[in-house]
Design a protein around this ligand. Structure first.
Ligand code: SF4
Length: 318
């Protein structure tokens, strides 16, 4: 049984339907990249998994989110709260949304294992310092007593990763965890997070707009476009033979060493807003391969030899 399984999850916010039949699963210990541009539905997918949709007036209107043997979308908020932080942890974009600015960072890590694992104060402190060392925080003993404002952005995000790992969760949802960081340390933080996830056999749902991060870190990838799954598959297959033109465009956006300034390819146009989703295939206004049929008929997500793709031409690599 998959650790996490989303089957045809549709999310509504008022009269709008920003997520349409999202389907993918994550096995225990697996690292999945959920990728797409802004507005593709990545963060909403994370919120659907974390049970946080009510915060923005959203709800799952059909489909199911299953975590191990628990149907999350039927779980009362009290039970969800017990699961969050303990079995499913969240790493958000900005470390300061997770850190209390007026408490020592070490105490904030300690608190997670005291609350969820029932450890005593000293046991929790030792565990936190050990975790901080594994996350390559220099002088972990000293940093344990620091306040967030004394640390760099990269160090703060390592503290947040330590907090996420502190209760030995089975799944971590990391929502663009390096977006707020200096570009020079982004790769390093991803590498440390992935290393720790592998070492502890924690499944990771890594949300990113960057196919380069997916190539660096993930086992499998879910490509979202305008609230629908465009393609899923192993990282090897997706990079070797992308079946959806959008996936191919995202791969084309990865910076190539030695490329002259301005030589980086982007994708023409923008993701449509949820109130203006086009008919048929939602990618058709930006797709160089679009045919008349694409403007009318929405392609179904079809299983392929390995993975799945939602494109009328998906039988042949574009
Ligand atoms: Fe392009 Fe048509 Fe495929 Fe959509 S269904 S990605 S418009 S070829």
């Amino acid at each position: 049984m998959a650790l996490l399984d989303l089957s045809d999850v549709t999310v509504s916010i008022g009269a709008l339907t920003p997520l349409d039949r999202i389907a993918f699963s994550i096995e225990a210990g697996e690292i999945i990249g959920v990728v797409g541009e802004s507005g593709s539905g990545k963060s909403l997918t994370a919120m659907a998994v974390m049970g946080l949709l009510p915060l923005i007036g959203g709800r799952i209107t059909s489909g199911a989110v299953r975590f191990a043997d628990v149907e999350l979308n039927r779980l009362p908020e009290r039970d969800y709260r017990a699961l969050r932080g303990r079995r499913i942890a969240l790493i958000s974009q900005n470390p300061m949304t997770s850190l209390d600015p007026i408490r020592r960072v070490g105490e904030q890590i300690d608190q997670v294992s005291m609350m969820h694992l029932g450890l005593g104060t000293e046991q929790a402190r030792l565990r936190s310092v050990d975790m901080m060392r594994q996350l390559r925080i220099p002088e972990a003993d000293v940093v344990h007593g620091n306040y967030p404002h004394q640390l760099s952005g990269g160090m703060k995000q390592r503290i947040v990763i330590a907090m996420a790992l502190a209760a030995d969760p089975e799944l971590i949802v990391a929502d663009e965890p390096t977006t707020a960081l200096d570009v020079t340390i982004q790769a390093q933080i991803i590498q440390i997070m992935v290393e720790m996830a592998r070492r502890k056999n924690v499944a990771l749902m890594l949300i990113t707009h960057d196919m380069g991060v997916v190539a660096q870190a993930c086992d499998r990838v879910v490509v979202l476009y305008a609230g629908r799954v465009a393609e899923t598959g192993s990282v090897e297959r997706i990079f070797a033979a992308p079946r959806h033109p959008y996936t191919k465009s995202l791969i084309g956006c990865i910076p190539v060493e030695g490329l002259p300034p301005g030589g980086l390819k982007g994708i023409d146009g923008v993701v449509p807003g949820v109130a203006n989703y086009p008919t048929g295939c939602r990618f058709h206004p930006r797709c160089s391969l679009a045919q008349d049929r694409c403007k009318i008929e929405a392609p179904l997500l079809r299983a392929l030899d390995e993975g799945a793709a939602a494109c009328h031409l998906a039988g042949d690599p574009p």
